[in-house]
Write a protein that binds this ligand. Structure first.
Ligand code: 5GP
Length: 112
């Protein structure tokens, strides 16, 4: 296994799983930055948003739609934030593409 999130997909590391299908996995962030904070990842290894290929466009839509559906299930009808940190300057620390979904608190802009 080449990264932390691959180990979560393989159930080698425990996580609170919110949703899973053949293409994506969603689970609670271990260090939540909001009352709702979960991650949506592709099961296929894509290291960063920069590594997304044309063939991954449907998968990218599926990731985003999964984020929206779960956010609504978790009561974020009044709004939420989806973030993708890309590479070092973007603040990415885990080298497996992931969408952060944060909700149930007011968000400010711009981010730091
Ligand atoms: P990044 O900084 O790469 O955008 O976000 C990585 C996220 O993964 C962070 O929010 C961090 O809290 C979360 N994270 C790191 N290690 C683990 C872990 O072992 N389990 C879970 N569920 N989340 C993790």
């Amino acid at each position: 296994m080449d990264n932390l999130f691959a180990r979560i997909i393989a159930r080698e590391i425990p996580a609170t799983i919110l949703y899973e299908d053949d293409q994506v996995l969603a689970f609670q962030d271990v260090a939540p930055q909001a009352p709702v904070h979960f991650l949506v990842i592709p099961k296929k290894h894509i290291a960063t948003l920069n590594d997304l290929q044309e063939a991954d466009k449907a998968l990218a839509g599926h990731l985003l739609y999964t984020a929206q559906r779960l956010a609504l299930e978790l009561g974020c009808d009044d709004g939420f934030r989806v973030v993708v940190n890309c590479k070092e300057k973007g603040g990415q620390t885990v080298q497996h593409l992931h969408l952060h979904v944060l909700g149930q608190r007011a968000m400010s802009w711009p981010p730091g």
